[in-house]
Design a protein around this ligand. Structure first.
Ligand code: NAI
Ligand code: MG
Length: 358
């Protein structure tokens, strides 16, 4: 992983914690415990709780308080986000705080490693891929209109793809590929056989990254392939082992990463970071899981792995490896697992098992 954040020397690490809604509140403390367990291997940790989410919106009329953004910008080195319960219907005045934070802090990449480590129920073996999802545009700019046409209601959404965003996500994807080993493969996911203008621009721009001025052959060892998004899903289920790094516009990236999570046994295992040039925010890929919230059985491992991934982006590779190895050890032993993985353990029991390993 390249990046300016990796080379900063810190005497303290200010971590903003934004649990938000649902199981976000149950799994984020797990990330904190694990960071604390690293003790003196990290700079002195300072945690700050920040508000956001749908429940905050229903109580106070805002899903993302200005104060949360201010503390993130001015008084934090990094952050961990839990999950938000965005309603599926339109609610006047509400807008997803995670989408807004990604935009406000210019966290333009969402990096999602998906890996199988043990023969868990429902897990396919030998999967080791990273999905690099563009995080600021595509259909998620949320420019939608509803009009009355001659045949009834007509809803439209604008899909924005810019050269700038495609170039920088492309570069992030090539860098991610380089960090993975000697002969990495980068798969560009698109649908430019149908959306030749928007996906066409994404595809061409990512393809042109190796010939940008200043790259000077840096990405020559990266093999580049392409996959239409629908056949990407098909191939991910048929032969997920072939994929290494995949780069995709925002919505395709969102969808294929939930699909990839199914291949490794549970959404409760898949971590991510929202990455920009100057800030990093860890976030489990899953949502607020209303079907299991409040029961103390949410899988905390995605959240714990997200904390480790955040550490990698801050330059603490060895510390992150200690966390990842501990999670892998717990999964391989297989006797302390939450119900999503076929186990009977609680969130806290899984956290304790990881802490014991660390
Ligand atoms: P979801 O990811 O919350 O849940 C999908 C399935 O995975 C459910 O069966 C759930 O029980 C399971 N699951 C998720 N996390 C788990 C964990 N840690 N341990 C064990 N099982 C887990 O997606 P869903 O149900 O479509 O959406 C629920 C809410 O979450 C919605 O309001 C949605 O808007 C929001 N959401 C928020 C996201 C975010 O904050 N970045 C991302 C995705 C959805
Ligand atoms: Mg999603």
């Amino acid at each position: 992983m390249a990046g300016a954040l990796r080379n900063v020397i810190r005497t303290k690490l200010r971590v903003a914690m934004i649990p938000a809604d649902g199981v976000g509140r149950e799994v984020l403390p797990a990330a904190r415990s694990v960071l604390e367990a690293l003790g003196t291997a990290l700079p002195k940790l300072e945690f700050t709780h920040l508000d956001a989410g749908f429940e905050h919106f229903t109580k106070y009329g805002t899903a993302l308080p200005d104060e949360t953004l201010r503390v993130l910008r001015e008084e934090s080195d990094c952050a961990m986000f839990g999950a938000v319960s965005s309603p599926s219907r339109r609610v006047a005045g509400y807008s997803s705080p995670i989408v807004a934070m990604r935009k406000a802090l210019d966290l333009y990449a969402n990096i999602r490693p998906v890996k199988s480590v043990a023969d868990l129920p429902g897990e396919r073996s030998n999967i080791d891929m990273v999905i690099v999802r563009e995080n600021t545009e595509c259909l998620y700019i949320k420019e939608e209109t509803l009009t009355l046409g001659s045949v009834g209601k007509e809803a439209r959404a604008t899909r924005l793809i810019t050269e700038r965003a495609s170039r920088r996500i492309g570069q992030m994807a090539f860098e991610t590929a380089l960090a993975r080993g000697p002969s990495p493969l980068l798969t560009i996911v698109h649908k430019s056989n149908v959306l030749s203008v928007t996906d066409g621009l994404f595809r061409e721009t990512v393809r042109s990254v190796p010939s940008l001025p200043g790259i000077d052959g840096r990405y020559d060892c990266v093999k580049v392939e392409e996959q239409l998004v629908d056949s990407m899903v098909y191939r991910m289920f048929r032969e997920p082992q072939v994929f290494d790094v995949a780069v995709a516009p925002n919505m395709y990236g969102d969808i294929i990463s939930d699909a990839a999570a199914a291949l490794v046994g549970s959404l409760g295992l898949v971590p991510s970071v929202n990455a920009g040039d100057n800030f990093i925010m860890g976030e489990p890929v899953h949502g607020s899981a209303p079907d299991i919230m409040g029961r103390g059985i949410a899988n905390p491992l995605a959240s714990i792995r997200s904390a480790a991934l955040m550490l990698v982006h801050l330059g603490y590779d060895d510390q992150a490896k200690r966390v990842d190895d501990s999670v892998d050890a717990v999964l391989r032993r297989g006797d302390v697992l939450t119900p999503d993985l076929g186990g009977k353990s609680t969130t806290q029991q899984v956290v304790d098992a990881v802490l014991k390993q660390i």
